[in-house]
Design a protein around this ligand. Structure first.
Ligand code: NAD
Ligand code: AKB
Length: 318
């Protein structure tokens, strides 16, 4: 049988849940196999339980399901990673090696591996951080992403594995909940606002971070994966930007729609992580190489988030 199916690893996560739907809309439900550590429910296409740390199980699944592309989303994110750095390193790196090795040995067509703005540290330019910048991350998550980017580049150059990658900023969406990052506040805040609750933010009011609305993140991912290989100059990972804002600015944007909304601030250990990251990102390489352009700014995202979340809380269907 022809190898022509896509495997998503980490399909139950914040991005994986939405990316699975998007890929199924393009390729057909049966062509996209969604996998995660736990059984996935409510899917109209094939699902599998897979621990990406199990190289044999991964190879068997790739062969039995006739997989030609892998989207490897499983990872431990920045805030959770700092609670158990060795576990984060083990999961992030071993799962990536398993994916790269199975892709090399079974000659898969393409691999997607997301990196993050967490690759940057305080030595990097804070504003409009360039594509090729000093990478001295301050979290184990960031260290694993820098290493992962370099291994992706190595597999491309040494073995010809077509690995592609984006350095996502904080991703905000109404479809799913975030999984242990420093930018999670920018999702949580909308859930509190639509329920008429005040929000206590774990970052200070002036902490500016790069962010991206989920529809833009998904579009960027599909666009990168469809781009002709000879258009891609970055084989580590592409800088990607949508908007930058502070907690005070997102609160003001929400107050514009919900005038009674109030925010207070109680910074915790995540403040130091956020302080080590860029405030804004230069994504001109992605724009020039494969035509990237975001569609949502802060106020457009706020309107759309509130519209969808109001409906979810009204109907109770999440
Ligand atoms: P998430 O934490 O919401 O989801 C990760 C999923 O991976 C979870 O469903 C988890 O069960 C699964 N997983 C964990 N260990 C696994 C294993 N050993 N085998 C199989 N599955 C496993 O993460 P997310 O926010 O959806 O992020 C997806 C990817 O995008 C990650 O690589 C993350 O680093 C990257 N990223 C995310 C953001 C963001 O803001 N969400 C920003 C930058 C980069
Ligand atoms: C996190 O906060 O850890 C993620 C990321 C920017 O990688 N959202």
């Amino acid at each position: 049988m022809k190898k022509d199916r896509i495997l998503i690893i980490g399909a139950g996560g914040q991005i994986g849940a939405v990316l699975t739907e998007a890929l199924r809309a393009v390729h057909g439900a049966d062509s996209v196999v969604a996998s995660d550590l736990r059984p996935l429910e409510g899917h109209d296409g094939p699902t599998e339980v897979l621990d990406a740390l199990d190289a044999n199980a991964l190879a068997e699944l790739v062969q039995s399901r006739h997989i030609s592309q892998i989207y490897h989303l499983a990872a431990i994110l920045s805030a959770t990673g700092e609670k158990d750095p060795m576990r984060a390193w083990e999961i992030n790196m071993r799962s990536l090696f398993n994916v790269l090795e199975v892709s090399r040995s079974l000659q898969l067509d393409k691999v997607y591996f997301p990196s993050s703005i967490a690759v940057f540290g305080r030595e990097a330019a804070k504003q409009q951080t360039p594509q090729y910048e000093v990478l001295i991350p301050e979290t184990v998550y960031g260290i694993s992403k820098v290493a992962g980017e370099n291994w992706a580049n190595y597999y491309y150059r040494r073995y010809g594995v077509d690995v592609r990658s984006l350095r996502y900023p904080g991703i905000i969406g109404h479809e799913s909940m975030p999984g242990g990052g420093t930018t999670d506040y920018a999702v949580d805040i909308y859930h509190y606002a639509v329920q008429g609750r005040d929000y206590e933010c774990f970052l200070g009011p002036e902490t500016s971070l790069p962010m991206l609305y989920m529809p833009d993140a998904i579009r960027a991912t599909l666009q990168l994966m469809e781009a002709p290989a000879d258009r891609l100059s970055a084989r580590t990972s592409y800088n990607l930007a949508g908007m930058s804002f502070t907690p005070a600015e997102i609160a003001a944007s929400i107050s514009g729609e919900l005038p009674g909304f109030r925010i207070s601030y109680k910074p915790d250990f995540r403040q130091a992580i956020a302080d080590s990251w860029p405030a804004s990102i230069d994504d001109s390489a992605a724009r020039n190489d494969w035509g990237w352009k975001p569609e949502f700014d802060l106020d457009a995202m706020t309107k759309d988030m509130l519209l969808h979340l109001r409906e979810k809380y009204r109907t109770g269907v999440f």
